[in-house]
Design a protein around this ligand. Structure first.
Ligand code: GDP
Ligand code: MG
Length: 167
């Protein structure tokens, strides 16, 4: 099996960090500033049962500027082409309008498998992680819902296994 996966989510939710952790080298630019990642950068993860090719996108956001619109176009053309979309929400912030906006845009990709990824689980208490898993589960029927930490390397094998299964 081989296929493409792309992580989407608001700026700063940990998409680039997750990409780096999965690929095992610094391929994507991470920053505490929103929208540092302007280009789709690919990393390939080799698995016993296949290959996962990761495309890191800029964060989708409600466009307020022309640049914002162009970035969203770039995200759209990327997502139209992937097998699995990983929707990232951080464990330590409530799901808000920005998250819901991005989740709604995923309806445009019925062919793609959709995995909800609760990121930064090292930032918060276990029961809060549980609450966030439940909250994200209510947004749509995900193919999988997985808690992770990119910086601590938690649950990355589980995530890769789930993605590979969906390819
Ligand atoms: P992106 O905009 O979604 O690509 O987010 P980044 O990967 O650039 O991460 C934004 C900020 O969150 C950076 O300061 C990261 O170090 C931090 N971060 C990302 N993932 C984690 C995580 O799993 N745990 C913690 N504690 N911080 C994280
Ligand atoms: Mg990024």
């Amino acid at each position: 099996r081989a296929g493409f996966v792309s992580f989407v989510g608001r700026p700063n939710v940990g998409k680039s960090t997750l990409t780096n952790a999965l690929v095992g080298e610094k391929v994507a630019i991470t920053s505490s500033k929103p929208q540092t990642t302007r280009r789709a950068i690919r990393g390939v993860v080799h698995r016993p049962n296949g290959q996962v090719i990761i495309v890191d996108t800029p964060g989708v956001h409600r466009p307020r500027t022309l640049l914002g619109e162009r970035l969203n176009d770039l995200v759209q053309s990327t997502l139209g082409d992937v097998d699995v979309i990983g929707f990232c929400v951080p464990a330590n912030e409530p799901i808000g309008p920005g998250d819901r906006f991005i989740n709604d845009t995923l309806d445009q990709y019925p062919r793609a498998k959709k995995v909800a990824i609760v990121t930064k689980i090292d930032r918060t208490a276990k029961d809060r992680v549980g609450e966030q898993l439940l909250a994200v589960s209510k947004l749509r029927e995900w193919d999988s819902v997985i808690p992770t930490s990119g910086t601590k390397g938690l649950q990355l094998e589980v995530l890769l296994d789930e993605i590979t299964k969906l390819l």
